[in-house]
Design a protein around this ligand. Sequence first.
Ligand SMILES: CS(=O)(=O)NCc1cccc(-c2cn3c(Cl)cnc3c(Nc3ccc(N4CCOCC4)cc3)n2)c1
Length: 290
Amino acid sequence: EPIPPKKFHLGMFEIGRPLGKGKFGRVYLARERKSGFVCALKVLHKNEIMQGRVEKQGKLVTVQREIEIQSNLRHPNILQLYGHFHDSKRIFLILEYAGKGELYKHLQRETRFPEWKAAQYIAQMAAALQFLHKKHVIHRDIKPENILLGIHGELKIADFGWSVHAPSDRRKTQCGTLDYLPPEIVNYTSYNNKVDLWSLGVLMYEFLVGEAPFEDSQVLTYKRIVRCEMTVPSYVSPEAKDLIKSLLVVDPEKRLPLDQVQKHPWIIKHCVNADRPSIMSKRETKSTSR
Ligand SMILES: CS(=O)(=O)NCc1cccc(-c2cn3c(Cl)cnc3c(Nc3ccc(N4CCOCC4)cc3)n2)c1
């Protein structure tokens, strides 16, 4: 684990290939010259952040909030923010490099994930959300576009641009798609960290079906969310369907809590988790017996 120096500046890094670009910035592979430490450098342009419909200082405050929240979070399923610096025009975020890129690209390529893979991702997501909620952070923007994959295929929550310290009765923010918003945000009522449980259900549905459960025209999506009108295709196993139905519940207090998600039969069936003796794969047993 590198001991980060206090002050960062651009000259400390060799900039590599662009990893991708998003609405507010570009991400480059980078290497810190002295230590050779590989990271990702996210470049945000101050004027771009200040423009756009979102109220003036809104986005800049969000970036400051993103930095403050993410730099204090250390968890294997949360992309680490090592530090930041800025020059007159740009803000630079020094982030953990996620070796397998954007989760939604993998989802697009595979159309939908097999249940064993979806269960691993949902278990890791639930662990990350449990960690965030203990720190009174609500993510509020759980969707495949905000999730990256580490070099071993482990899930990394990457974008904290819309997270807030709980509890909050903030009006619905101008976030992108409605698909992931739970009824209480869509209905402008006050909400708490249970919003992330709803989004976890939407994410699980999208992993298994390849599209979001309430996907439709904007007006219809709104109606379907507040009435929780969705159908689960028959190829989804009964256990998976049960977990989806336990999360996509209009009343936030009735959604399955995260500790129960991690003990759900569908998760247990597919995930070898820490507190159970490890089930050695065939390959491993053969090598030890040799
Ligand atoms: C708003 S935004 O700019 O943050 N989002 C746009 C965007 C778009 C695309 C990527 C990435 C991205 C970000 N990363 C961060 Cl942050 C850390 N590692 C990566 C990271 N890592 C990464 C690792 C591998 C690959 N490859 C793997 C081989 O196939 C080609 C893609 C891509 C990205 N990618 C980001």
